[in-house]
Ligand binder design. Structure first.
Ligand code: C2E
Ligand code: CA
Ligand code: CA
Length: 278
């Protein structure tokens, strides 16, 4: 589906790009803590188009800030119907971390919508940081001055992750879906996931596991100390019109996190235990 530059302009002008919202859930109790904004294109002929089909084009045509601004304006408006302490997270493209005008643009939009920026998290992937870490650091510092939180997305898939964790003032670490997907079957993934969560905890960061589809994954993650989960177990991305109704849906929590998940067995005999625990 190749779209011409003019068609993307038109889609922005007439408001065909909309935010969908996926809940982030406190793993222990199952309550919704906030929502990640995920871009969708409601195309009159092609229906709902996912972001990987249009974000690269929007970037190439230099319209990514317009798209983010449009999504945030709509999301801030929807947030008015939510309880005040709910968080919103927005994904930014790598090039946007090299644009020093973006923090003030977001500041203005939040002011107009009366959205408190301490409830906004900006999600960055490591590719955003590779090209020019100094400039990315300056933009990140501008975000922090406004009270905006920073999350390192898809953690574990990029390169020099640890360098980036050290260089920028992150508040949150998102464990990539690929580790979560295989953790129930693979001891190796469980070990990596546990190490990533421990790293996050020891750096004082909140940890979010992506792609949680089964209760067994949620149990293992909570047992390892992960705070939040996101995935089809708790809800698929939904349009703004369904946000309020989604708040009244209950989600499964993990009743006793100190209890060892059945899949692990005795933690002190298990190979999943830390060497010191064994
Ligand atoms: P992401 O930030 O890693 O977002 C998570 C993706 O995983 C979303 O795909 C979500 O629908 C999907 N997902 C969530 N839970 C599950 C699950 O339990 N199982 C599986 N299999 N998938 C799950 P989506 O919405 O297609 O977004 C894909 C990517 O597009 C995002 O990955 C993000 O990198 C990018 N993206 C989305 N919106 C924006 C945006 O506004 N700006 C930029 N720059 N990128 C965006
Ligand atoms: Ca994300
Ligand atoms: Ca991710």
């Amino acid at each position: 589906m190749p779209f011409a530059e003019q068609r993307i302009h038109q889609a922005l002008d007439v408001g065909e790009f909309v935010p969908y919202f996926q809940p982030l859930v406190d793993l222990r109790v199952g309550s919704i803590h906030g929502f990640e904004i995920l871009a969708r294109w409601i195309h009159p002929d092609h229906g709902l188009i996912p972001p990987n089909k249009f974000i690269p084009l929007v970037e190439r045509y230099g319209m990514i800030n317009r798209l983010s601004a449009s999504l945030l304006t709509q999301a801030f408006a929807s947030a008015r119907t939510l309880p005040k302490n709910f968080g919103l997270s927005i994904n930014l493209s790598p090039s946007q971390l090299h644009d020093r005008t973006l923090p003030s643009l977001i500041h203005r939009m939040a002011d107009e919508a009366e959205f408190d920026l301490k409830h906004l998290t900006v999600e960055l992937t490591e590719t955003a940081l590779v090209d020019d870490l100094d400039l990315a650091g300056a933009v990140a510092a501008d975000f922090k001055r406004l009270g905006i939180r920073l999350a390192l997305d898809d953690f574990g898939t990029g390169y020099s992750s640890l360098l980036h964790l050290q260089s920028l003032p992150f508040d949150e670490l998102k464990v990539d879906i690929s580790f979560v997907r295989s953790m129930v079957e693979s001891r190796q993934s469980r070990k990596i996931t546990a190490a990533v969560i421990s790293l996050g905890l020891s750096l004082g960061l909140q940890t979010v596991a992506e792609g949680v589809e089964e209760q067994s994954q949620a149990n293992l993650l909570a047992w390892r100390g992960c705070t939040f989960g996101q995935g089809f177990l708790y809800g698929r991305p939904i349009p703004a019109a369904e946000l309020l109704a989604s708040l009244s849906q209950g989600h499964p929590g993990v009743c006793a996190t100190t209890e060892v998940p059945a899949s692990i067995g005795d933690p002190f005999l298990s190979l999943d235990a830390h060497p010191t625990e064994r």
